[in-house]
Design a protein around this ligand. Structure first.
Ligand code: FE2
Length: 244
């Protein structure tokens, strides 16, 4: 519990997590920060809330955000230069958030995926319907030596009221990452209930900001006063800091 409080100010913050491992703060390559100035502002806000390190995860979603290792590496270099010029001494690395869609199989065949430490691959999927290749893709990731991390499982409404798929994913050894704002009801009441269910049943491994824009960081700041957020930060054995 003491990890939640910064020694200097004694106010609750996200210091217990330390590392944010899901965000869209690279400039101009997805639906996150449109330019490097916004990237710096988002990072400043998150540092102020106790974060110390970032592994940012631009979308790789060929239909909408056709990123690859080159576009992500280039945007990361731009951001690092800007951080240096602004005198901000903070470690920012990049992985990716892969959409499991029809194109994912060929992405997987090409290999050389952008990973979080531990050869972890962050994946997302459609919220409304189960992608036909979902189970096979996740299994193939494991066969290829990757550790799947499922981004914001609480947002996948196809899981339904039974929520058996959450347990199934956990049992198969996939790591689950909730979005912090989910516990506040930001996305929807159903998403909030799913997130609280995941926490209560000890099915979660990581918590991410999934920060795209200022509204997200503003709400994350306000959410520190939300009892659900405080419980969320205290309740789980978060693995975020192990990525440092
Ligand atoms: Fe995301």
């Amino acid at each position: 519990m003491f990890g939640l409080f910064r020694k200097k100010t004694s106010r609750a913050d996200y210091g217990a997590l330390g590392v944010d491992m899901h965000s869209h703060i690279l400039p101009g390559i997805d639906d996150g920060a449109p330019d490097v100035e916004t990237s710096l502002q988002l990072i400043r806000s998150l540092l102020d809330m106790g974060y110390r390190q970032f592994i940012t995860t631009p979308h790789i979603y060929p239909e909408i955000h056709p990123n690859n290792r080159d576009t992500i590496t280039h945007a990361l270099a731009t951001l690092r230069t800007a951080l240096r010029e602004a005198g901000m001494d903070v470690q920012v690395d990049a992985a990716a958030e892969y959409m499991i869609d029809d194109a994912f199989d060929s992405t997987l065949q090409q290999g050389n995926l952008l990973t979080l430490p531990g050869n972890r691959v962050l994946v997302e999927m459609s919220t409304m319907s189960v992608p036909p290749n979902l189970d096979q893709s996740l299994f193939q990731l494991q066969l290829d030596g990757y550790q799947p991390v499922i981004a914001h499982p609480e947002r996948y409404l196809f899981v339904g009221k039974s929520r058996t798929r959450f347990h199934d994913w956990h049992d198969r050894g996939y790591e689950l990452q909730i979005n912090l704002l989910s516990v506040t009801g930001y996305y929807s009441p159903v998403v909030k209930e799913n997130a609280l269910y995941l926490l209560k049943n000890n099915l979660v491994h990581f918590a991410g900001t999934d920060a795209h824009h200022h509204r997200h960081t503003e709400l994350l700041g306000m959410a520190l006063k939300d009892p659900n957020m405080q419980r969320c930060l205290e309740q789980a054995q978060w693995l975020n800091s192990t990525l440092a």
